[in-house]
Design a protein. Structure first.
Length: 132
């Protein structure tokens, strides 16, 4: 379908940019590929793409892009059943979205934070033994 075509197109675009050494464009294509793979529910490969993109955006000093990728990567960790990792990534993205006054991203971030909090394992109640 359309998502499979998008994955193929982003893989091709990534292959075209890799030999150029343009880290910003390679990072963007990895981000795009990660998004398409996430839509396909291919979470492990999406995670790998986002992690590579995050490293490249860090090298390029692109905090806004890092924040977006952190939020997307957090979403993948949430789908993989790892809410602790998701929360850590969301918390790293939050100050950047605040600094840039990115209201739409902040709104989405708060929704994601609530979803991750709800997915955390709940502590088991301690059984109290009563003496007769």
């Amino acid at each position: 379908g359309m998502i499979s075509q998008a994955v193929a197109d982003f893989r091709q675009a990534l292959a075209c940019w890799q030999p150029t050494g343009n880290l910003a464009m390679i990072a963007r294509r990895l981000r795009d590929l990660g998004a398409a793979l996430g839509q396909q529910a291919n979470y492990p490969e999406a995670r790998d793409c986002y992690e590579q993109a995050l490293r490249l955006f860090a090298q390029g000093q692109e905090p806004s892009q890092q924040a977006v990728v952190r939020m997307n990567l957090g979403n993948i960790y949430l789908r993989l059943g790892q809410p602790e990792q998701a929360l850590a990534l969301y918390r790293l993205a939050e100050p950047v979205f605040r600094k840039t006054c990115d209201e739409p991203q902040l709104t989405l971030l708060y929704h994601n934070l609530a979803e991750a909090q709800a997915a955390l394992p709940q502590p088991k109640p301690v059984k109290k033994f009563l003496r007769a």
